[in-house]
Ligand binder design. Structure first.
Ligand code: SAH
Length: 218
């Protein structure tokens, strides 16, 4: 093996080890995270840190989430291969790329057009043809594609947005951080039953805020 191949195999092993040690244990989630190279989604100054388990800055003042949090949120969604998923908060596109490996179709929206364009270009390069990336205010969901089997929100709202609850199919699951943006938030799972919604608290997390309206570049 060349030195470089050796180095990247070692890096990959450490990346997967960190995920496992933080509770990402589902084989199919781990294998999706093995297939999708996080290094493709981090540019510039921080590119060299793409394989560390930490959030990193991306364009438009946003962040790519910590890999273990991406893994835990993906596990919490309990995806099936037939699911139609909505992600609110495309950011770098990394989380959407992971979801694309485990679901039938992924709609991902961000309020920053620039982020959506960059992410869509990476999806095309990686041939991830089941992701549709759109510029939109995701706090209103995506009514024209509703209902969704799964919804993942990767920005924090104070409460689960009503339109997202309404766009969840009966039997569907939504995972999202709730709480104020400058404090520790709770990751929660909302399951929609015929008779109402069930809420589970999963763990404390920190996300950038869900902001209404399009970004200035949007
Ligand atoms: N899932 C991303 C990380 C998301 S960071 C990744 O894997 O890299 C949160 C993202 O939510 C930011 O890009 C921000 O622009 C977006 N966001 C915040 N409020 C939003 C809203 N109302 N609608 C859509 N996107 C929003």
């Amino acid at each position: 093996m060349s030195d470089e191949a050796d180095h990247s195999a070692e890096r990959q092993m450490q990346f997967l080890f960190a995920l496992r040690s933080r509770g990402v244990t589902e084989a199919r989630v781990l294998s999706a995270m093995e297939r999708i190279d996080r290094g493709r989604f981090v540019r510039g100054h921080f590119a060299g840190r793409a394989y560390e388990d930490m959030p990193l800055p991306i364009a438009c003042g946003q962040t790519i989430s910590q890999p273990s949090v991406v893994g835990l949120m993906t596990q919490a969604l309990r995806l099936s291969p037939r699911d139609k998923v909505l992600e609110v908060g495309t950011g770098s596109g990394y989380q959407a790329a992971i979801l694309s490996q485990l679901a039938r179709r992924v709609y991902t929206v961000d309020r920053h057009r620039h982020l959506v364009r960059e992410a869509a270009a990476i999806f095309a390069e990686l041939d991830l043809a089941n992701i549709i990336a759109l510029t939109a205010d995701g706090s209103f969901g995506l009514p024209e594609q509703a209902p969704f089997d799964r919804i993942l929100v990767t920005a924090a709202a104070e409460d689960p947005p009503g339109p997202l609850l309404a766009q969840l199919r009966i039997g569907g699951i939504m995972v999202l951080p709730v709480g104020q943006s400058d404090t520790v938030q709770q990751l929660i799972r909302v399951t929609r039953h015929e008779t109402g919604y069930e809420y589970d608290e999963l763990r404390p997390v920190r996300f950038v805020p869900l902001v209404e309206g399009l970004g200035r570049d949007g």
